[in-house]
Ligand binder design. Structure first.
Ligand SMILES: [Zn+2]
Length: 75
């Protein structure tokens, strides 16, 4: 997870807020699908997120992990 240079705009479609975080697209793929968010056309594998979208996706990623645990319980 990286910090973002000033002036970078959020990569989520229809969002024009300044980005505060950047993550790899690969990592976010499922979270994006789950939360119904779409990305703008990207250069490379970096996804820039504003604070609002970062929070939404962070939540979605947590949920994902919980589901995985539920699918494969450890006895
Ligand atoms: Zn955004």
């Amino acid at each position: 997870m990286g910090k973002v240079k000033k002036g970078q705009i959020c990569s989520i479609n229809n969002c024009a807020s300044l980005a505060v975080r950047s993550l790899s697209q690969t990592k976010l793929k499922t979270a994006l699908t789950d939360s119904g968010l779409k990305l703008k056309t990207l250069r490379g594998n970096r996804v820039y997120l504003c604070e609002k979208h970062y929070k939404i996706l962070k939540k979605a990623m947590k949920k994902e992990r919980k589901i995985e645990k539920w699918r494969y319980p450890t006895f």
